[in-house]
Design a protein around this ligand. Sequence first.
Ligand SMILES: [Fe+2]
Length: 273
Amino acid sequence: MFFALIAIRTEHALNRSDSSVCLLRMQSDTSSVSSLTLPAGYPRIRVVTTLDELLGTPLANGVNALCWPRALSGDFSEVVTALCNSKEGIGEGISPLDDARLRTLPVGDAGRVAINCMLEDLRLLRDHGRAPELNCIRAYPREDEPGVVPIDVYSFHADSAPVETDTWLCTYHGASSEGLRNDEARRRVDDPETRAELRKLYGGEDGEGFHEFLTENCYDLHYAPALNAQPFPFGIGNLWRIATDWPGSPVPPCIHRAPENLPGQPPRLLLIS
Ligand SMILES: [Fe+2]
């Protein structure tokens, strides 16, 4: 489905500005620490402390992203290594992981803890009527030749749906998804030069047909960061619920993108729903 395709396009880990807020949270049964760097004084993100709060807090009243910071136990790196060394292996793009493959993966105790953690997240989301996917990602599809507006997931974008929905994301391993404040973003189709180029491509006037053209090609979902924008990382282990672009949404969508998987970097482990 269209919105599922767009939802797959996600997220870049990044620099923190001196003005950012760093939250630390210790988990009671482990010495690991989750760090989360959020933009300071930015009211659109709300931090929650339980799954129930993550599920029950409306994406409304200006809030378009909820984050549950978590310090997860287990060795996720071991899981990735075992996946890569397995007979099935990990492809060059996106490898969906099913529960059975994870359960039978030969790993030690710390790897097993990591696997159980991911399986538990999948179970919890399914129990709440969602259809989460766990993927091992080396790279997303990339446009062969960049057009007037980039439309792959490495570009800042909003997920879109014809009905009310949201996107859930958690990076367990590798570079994390990256967010962009709405006040540091501008829709690429609202830039006069870009819009003129798109109108040339469309071959008509700026009217209803042109708007449909922008929507059909997802051009209207992609954003350019402001000159001094400070994108922020979603971090590792943190579970996010972010607003999509759907008709009637009371808040603007949460803008995000997928990180570049640079040569030599390990594949990512990402939950998306
Ligand atoms: Fe996305």
